[in-house]
Design a protein around this ligand. Structure first.
Ligand code: E4P
Length: 227
């Protein structure tokens, strides 16, 4: 499973890119509005993200009609070779994704809530679909169940469209998406951070170091001397 980071925050992107655990980035208008309010040059922000992570970088259109989406998508795709254009899963969006996939522009059909939307996205040649699992759960609908359905449908017909499990609220979502066979999870920085932690690990580590501290100093320094 690949991990993308779900943020437009440059510092967070740099931090997790340095750790080597992310292979791509997803942004959306709300994330850009949150992290880039003071930025004069939004295209520059997207280019900077592309310079940090050498993988798929999703940037979303804000038009709501096919013509406008296609125009914005062409502009966004020219910013960098790794740009993937996020298109909302609405009728105009599917029409736009169809035009764009014929032009070789990569698309990520987003804000997606049903298996049928995922099926249509695959038919128009979308590169990725992003089912919003956390938001779906919040409406008392089984978000992970949706991933199961899409995985099965794509397998049945050999569709190449990749599934990005999105709207990940906590580490359990990521684990379940992995068990369901999602190709990618796009994960907010705080959830990535939680995924690396266990209180038991911290307690265990403390126990080891407490015992170590009881050894004579002369012996203890053998690991650290000359580092
Ligand atoms: C995915 O690409 C979206 O940016 C994101 O996962 C949306 O999730 P939210 O429900 O946290 O806004």
């Amino acid at each position: 499973m690949q991990f993308f980071i779900d943020t437009a925050n440059i510092e967070e992107i740099k931090k997790y890119a340095r750790m080597g655990i992310i292979q791509g980035v997803t942004t959306n208008p709300a994330l850009i509005a949150k992290d880039c309010t003071g930025c004069a040059d939004l295209k520059g922000v997207i280019k900077e993200i592309c310079s940090i992570v050498n993988g798929p970088i999703s940037a979303e259109v804000i038009s709501t009609d096919t013509k406008g989406m296609v125009k914005e998508a062409r502009m966004l795709s020219k910013l960098h070779k790794n740009i993937v254009v996020k298109i909302p899963a609405v009728p105009d969006g599917f029409a736009a994704a169809d035009v764009l996939s014929r032009e070789g522009i990569k698309t990520n059909v987003t804000i997606l809530y049903t298996a049928n939307q995922a099926l249509v996205a695959a038919k128009v040649g979308a590169t990725y679909v992003s089912p919003f699992i956390g938001r779906l759960d919040a409406t008392s609908t089984d978000g992970i169940g949706l991933i199961d359905e899409i995985v099965r449908i794509y397998k049945n017909y050999g569709y190449k469209t990749k599934i990005i499990a999105a709207s990940m609220r906590n580490p359990i979502y990521v684990k379940k998406a992995a068990l369901s066979g999602a190709d990618i999870a796009t994960i907010p920085p705080d959830v990535l951070n939680q995924m690396m932690r266990s209180e038991l690990t911290e307690l265990g580590l403390k126990g080891f170091l407490d015992e170590w501290a009881k050894m004579p100093e002369k012996v203890r320094t053998c690991f650290t001397k000359g580092r």
